[in-house]
Design a protein around this ligand. Sequence first.
Ligand SMILES: NC(=O)c1ccc[n+]([C@@H]2O[C@H](COP(=O)([O-])OP(=O)(O)OC[C@H]3O[C@@H](n4cnc5c(N)ncnc54)[C@H](O)[C@@H]3O)[C@@H](O)[C@H]2O)c1
Length: 256
Amino acid sequence: MQLKDKVVFITGGAEGFGKAVAEAVLRKGAKVCVADVNVDLGEATAKELQASSRADSVLFVKCDVSDASVFEDAFKAAVSKFGHVDVMCNNAGILDERIWEKQLEINFGGVVRGTMMALNHMRKDKGGRGGVIINTASIGGLLPSFWFPTYAASKSAVYHFTASWAKNPDMKSADVRMVSICPSGAKTALLDMAEEKIINYEHFKQFMERSKYCRVDQVVEAFLLAMEDDTIHGTAITIKSKEGVEKMKMSLVPAE
Ligand SMILES: NC(=O)c1ccc[n+]([C@@H]2O[C@H](COP(=O)([O-])OP(=O)(O)OC[C@H]3O[C@@H](n4cnc5c(N)ncnc54)[C@H](O)[C@@H]3O)[C@@H](O)[C@H]2O)c1
């Protein structure tokens, strides 16, 4: 998909990966709806994006992905401003094992809600224009991660849900592609974590000190690949850090 003049909806767009993806697609001539539960930060981000691109290409909507009607209203606001949505990035997420039910609601429930809403809107066999749905999972969803078992399970669910939907034979006539993005650890607010949010924090800290973080721009590269390469469907794009920051590889894990 060529991004020029396309409409990209990004949950969790106020900071971190979501904000960086918004900046990147605006540079490619797309329009962006930043949807986030953090209103102050979301509005500030939208202003920043408007200042560095085109004011009428950026919309901020308040959106809690764990609340179906609020999420629906946010999506409708984007459709009402821009006419349609071509790319849905279900990216909002939290990491906090103490509130594991809320974590599942946001990390997985939010992805299911956003995927179903976008699919119904986009599918060509039901009058839509086609599109791409990109769901942010994690390397932690592909490998057992004892520091945050519920977070890892929520991300595993995101990967499996996305790959499973992509297998549906109707997706061909719907002309909707589905991709999950699986980054390893990156320095965003998500990992500015209080000790009590994860299990075995000291061990995790030591592990992260030994490992290299992946860079946010590499994650953005993965998102752009998912949007622009029309052959990618049902795939997890991983961003690995094992070989160090400069040598990091992005590999495509086949869905089967
Ligand atoms: N940073 C990492 O190491 C890492 C690695 C793998 C995957 N991820 C995933 O990437 C995604 C983005 O994370 P990030 O690192 O940019 O984190 P971040 O904390 O910088 O950004 C997350 C954004 O999501 C928003 N958000 C939280 N709950 C929400 C809700 N209920 N509704 C709407 N918005 C909500 C926050 O306000 C914030 O703006 C998350 O799904 C995260 O799990 C992050």
